[in-house]
Design a protein around this ligand. Sequence first.
Ligand code: FNR
Length: 381
Amino acid sequence: MTPASIEDFRELARRRLPRFLFDYIDGGSYAEDTLRANEADLRQLKLRQRVMRDVSEISPGTTMLGQEAAFPVALAPIGLAGLYARRGEVQAARAAEAAGIPFILSSSSCCAIEEVGRGVTKPVMLQLYMIKDRGFMAELLARTAAAGVETLILTVDLIVHSPRRRDLRTGLTGQQGLAARMTRAVEIARHPAWAWDVGLWGRPHTLGNFAPCMPDGAGLAEFTAWVGRNFDASITWADLDWLRQHWHGRLAIKGILDPDDARDAITAGAGTIIVSNHGGRQLDGAPSSIAALPAVVEAVAGRADVLMDGGIRSGVDILRALALGARGILLGRAWAFALGAQGGAGVTRMLELMRHELAVAMALTGQRDVRTVSRDILVDG
Ligand code: FNR
């Protein structure tokens, strides 16, 4: 099958990956209401078709997070991507570089920032969670700067880990007894291509960035328990002072849904706000990102760039987010599925698809320049 949509990549990933990995990517927290709302609310926005406006030349290029972007998309931080394809973060970072868009490495990645840095020619960006052990944090920030990273994305909506029922059912999280291990082993045996590519040749399966402060040999199963013990739920905006002392580059805050939080983030020094509910993986019942976006854009009032993620499954969705004031968007599951389906080549294909869909949607709404898209392109906008 030649994938012609994100749904196709999702289906290919479903066939190729062991169930516990597919569900880890596909799922959200609790009843998954926010996850569904992210997609549904975007699709409800109706675009205004315009004609006879000379759209023979389309400019999709912009800047995001201080970097040129060939179109207004960055790859969102996705944990454990090294399990979706062999050394998956390196493959995805290369695909992003080839497409001319930013790549944000999750701090919970399999490949460490140094390994990913060696795989590309321009520096990637790093996403960070606040860990209680500030000594370790300081070391990781120093490693990050040494790897040439200029932009840090601090994710603030995962101070506690919200339960994901699918992960409990597949045995990815929860009690790691014999039953959970057996379920995983059976799934691996049922997916020999994955077992060969990633299970055998994609080692080590450790978390490259956190490895120095995790117990020796700790892998996936221990990770969520480790998160519970080590992620710092006590952080407040005052802690950004500490971060600022150890990080002198650009700072973006990811996981904002509320206009008051957006104002506080700017006061605390954020240059970019990322409107996000973690892809519906944290507070189930929170509004969709697209519903939250307009009020955040208004509160920010041009003092910082506003990006958004959550539910983007097509180039048309990208245009919808831009119409409501996002400067650009982050793709999460879209690239995770593409990587799981076809490795780095899949990410490249998926990005080509997105870029083309965006260009078509711009042409049919009479838009030549992605930087000037506004609410005007929405029916009843
Ligand atoms: C994520 N997300 C995420 N965010 C983050 O800041 N650090 C991380 O390590 C991860 N890990 C992660 C793993 C998986 C499998 C998913 C699906 C998501 C959230 C991610 O960056 C982004 O906010 C959402 O994925 C956006 O929603 P969509 O595009 O997946 O709908």
